[in-house]
Ligand binder design. Structure first.
Ligand SMILES: [Zn+2]
Ligand SMILES: [Zn+2]
Length: 178
């Protein structure tokens, strides 16, 4: 029931409550995910009106492959008023966490690290775009445990940035949430 994207466009999840959000129709990036059609994207705007941020997350090295990933908790600090707010934490946000299933991805601890543009190396100022994937059965009346918290039950999360310096759109972090 209900048209998924129309609902999610105007109902971003609570993890973005501390930000103003602007719905974005399209972003020139390829999304990883489960292949679902519903992938609303929001541009983050600080409550002060500013649209650029420093992004923070954690480096995590996969012990099997030695590959480094940039993982949550993710936060953003406004480059104008300096207020810093959390964007996403795999432990508390998304489908599995909200339904009490736990979390199954790496999560950072200790000191966070400011994200640096991989395209021009040291720039740290970005416009930030958050994308959430939702499955089509979220409004299915058979799943009463979803009712009233549909917007929190996203199955994939990704954070992208447009570098203020080189203008490249870069992938910052993503997590499978279900
Ligand atoms: Zn601000
Ligand atoms: Zn750059």
């Amino acid at each position: 029931m209900g048209s998924g994207l129309d609902f999610f466009k105007s109902n971003p999840p609570g993890c973005l409550d501390e930000f103003d959000k602007v719905y974005v129709d399209d972003l020139d990036v390829e999304f990883d995910g489960h292949g679902e059609d519903t992938n609303p994207i929001f541009k983050l705007v600080c409550k002060c009106g500013n649209e650029t941020f420093n992004a923070y997350g954690y480096d995590w090295v996969n012990p099997d492959t030695n590959e480094t990933f940039y993982v949550s908790p993710l936060s953003a600090k406004c480059t104008k008023c300096s207020c810093r707010n959390q964007i996403f934490d795999i432990k508390i946000n998304g489908y599995d966490a909200v339904l009490g299933h736990g979390y199954f991805s790496a999560r950072g601890e200790g000191d966070s690290r400011g994200f640096e543009c991989p395209s021009c190396n040291d720039a740290t100022k970005f416009e930030l775009f958050v994308r959430f994937e939702y499955t089509d059965d979220i409004f299915d009346e058979d799943f009463t445990e979803f009712t009233g918290r549909e917007k929190e039950l996203f199955t994939w999360f990704s954070l992208h940035g447009r570098c203020a310096s080189c203008k490249t759109i870069v992938d910052i972090s993503e997590d499978e949430c279900a």
